[in-house]
Design a binder for this molecule. Structure first.
Ligand code: NDP
Length: 450
């Protein structure tokens, strides 16, 4: 078939929308990748002939299941759980579990699709998956969370395995939930294997897994700045979120000499012009990880402003969105640009709306897309899998160095494919999409039509 007979980007997206009606987030994630990949494969007929992108955008498997559990008052509660196994061409399926009331099939398909490319960028042998449930852990007692996790695993265990699919945490799934999930997996199968990552250090966890995503996001920013002979040191930084990724992004920014002036949660954001220093960060970690309170308490404790909404109209040099998807609208991106933002590194998955990304790249802002910038977490998860297979634990210093090397490697791979003609600007979105695509696509070509 001649190249001109192949579908173009618009026809491809029309078909995708027809096959996945109403799945807005999934369509958005595929479009972001497809728009770069179509340019790249314009003169590479084999990828068209073998329908590679069409196949990557069709999950290998979507499992949806009922999760029944009993609350503390004896009421029967019914939730919906999913595991989306998107692609295992370069390794077993790998990706987190999200427990949040907003979870639906579209969000998990978008996350599993993104994960396929992110995992490819790490250079480690991991395919892409994502899962979760529309369960809200907020306000639930620890026993209720435990019963939910056990019931969720009663179905999930059939679909996962250390060489098949290795879930991890995500929003609403932290060390506590991973412990309950692993405990139930072990009970059901009578096997102690590395089937989940993000485990406690007592039962097969890896040093620096907890820190890895946040640290990695800041390392990526530092690499982008180094490339233009600058650094995080002395920069005013906006961070959104106050969960796992945000907390360790703040820690690393502080270590590199930056100053964090905002944090957020689902009830609003704090603006602390004096900076969230080490001591205040420890207080936030206790608030969010132990007491499970609201960020408004920070404002009371440290005497600063708290308001509804998101932090993007505060003036700063760098922004680290670390809460959730679509949390920087196009208008907010324009406000950030107007206020002089120099760089944006996405700790959360797909936090910037499509046109917001265009605004950043058009304004030549250093912009690190999530699939590259937050790949540090899954990279250390991959290293946790290796340690579990060998039944050893590596030293923290070794892992710190590996994380830094992996993030620098991802930066360089994105830079290689993201160069733009006409100026020195690197389009990291394009670079990440193309670098990640090539590896998955070439593995798929090797397998034939399966
Ligand atoms: P956590 O559950 O630890 O924290 C999430 C934070 O985001 C909380 O502060 C939460 O506020 C806030 N948040 C969640 N949903 C919303 C919303 N709709 N509006 C405003 N704020 C919201 O999750 P993580 O830190 O683990 O994950 C954050 C992001 O990073 C997600 O996009 C996740 O997919 C991504 N990510 C995480 C990785 C990891 O290793 N953990 C790896 C790669 C990506 P509240 O406290 O009110 O709930």
């Amino acid at each position: 078939m001649a190249i001109s007979d192949h579908v173009n980007l618009e026809q491809f997206m029309e078909g995708l929308k027809r096959r996945n009606p109403g799945e807005i987030e999934f369509q958005q994630a595929v479009y972001e990748v497809a728009s770069n990949v179509f340019d790249y494969i314009a003169d590479k007929e084999v990828y068209h002939d073998e329908q590679i992108l069409r196949r990557i955008a069709e999950p290998d498997r979507v499992v949806s299941f009922r999760v029944c559990w009993e609350d503390d008052n004896g009421n029967i509660r019914v939730q919906r759980g999913w595991r989306v196994q998107n692609n295992n061409s370069i390794g077993p399926y790998k990706g987190g579990l999200r427990f949040h009331p907003s979870v639906n099939q579209s969000i998990l398909k978008f996350l599993a699709f993104e994960q396929t490319f992110k995992n490819s960028l790490t250079g480690l042998p991991m395919g892409g998956a994502k899962g979760g449930a529309n369960f809200n852990p907020k306000g639930k007692s620890p026993r209720e969370v435990m019963r939910f996790c056990q019931s969720f695993m009663n179905e999930l265990y059939r679909h996962i395995g250390e060489d098949t699919d290795i879930p991890a945490g995500d929003i609403g799934v932290g060390a506590r939930e991973i412990g309950y999930l692993f405990g139930q997996y072990k009970r059901l199968t009578n096997r102690f294997v590395g089937v989940l990552t993000g485990k406690g250090m007592e039962f097969g966890g890896s040093p620096i897994r907890t820190e890895a995503t946040g640290y990695g996001t800041v390392y990526f920013m530092e690499s982008m700045l180094t490339n233009v002979k600058d650094s995080v040191e002395g920069k005013r930084c906006l961070v959104s979120g106050s969960g796992n990724v945000a907390q360790y992004a703040v820690e690393k920014i502080n270590q590199l000499g930056g100053k964090v002036v905002t944090l957020s949660d689902s009830s609003g954001f704090i603006y602390d012009p004096n900076g969230v220093d080490e001591e205040k960060l420890a207080w936030v970690m206790d608030l969010k990880n132990v007491r499970r309170g609201r960020l408004s308490e920070y404002a009371e404790e440290f005497g600063c402003a708290h308001q509804a909404g998101r932090p993007w109209d505060v003036e700063a040099d760098l922004a680290f969105p670390c809460a959730t998807q679509n949390e920087i609208s196009t208008e907010e991106a324009k406000v950030l640009i107007k206020n002089g933002i120099r760089g944006v590194s996405e700790g959360a998955n797909m936090p910037t709306e499509q046109n917001g990304i265009h605004a950043f790249t058009e304004a030549r802002i250093l912009f690190a897309p999530s699939k590259a910038a937050n790949a540090g977490g899954v990279a250390v998860s991959g290293l946790e899998m290796s340690q579990n297979s060998a039944r050893i634990t590596w030293k923290e210093e070794e892992l710190q160095k590996l994380l830094l090397d992996i993030m620098t490697g991802i930066h360089d791979r994105c830079a290689e494919h993201g160069r733009t003609s006409g100026d020195d600007y690197i389009d990291y979105v394009k670079g990440a999409n193309i670098a990640a695509f090539i590896k998955v696509a070439d593995a798929m070509l090797a397998y034939g039509v399966v």
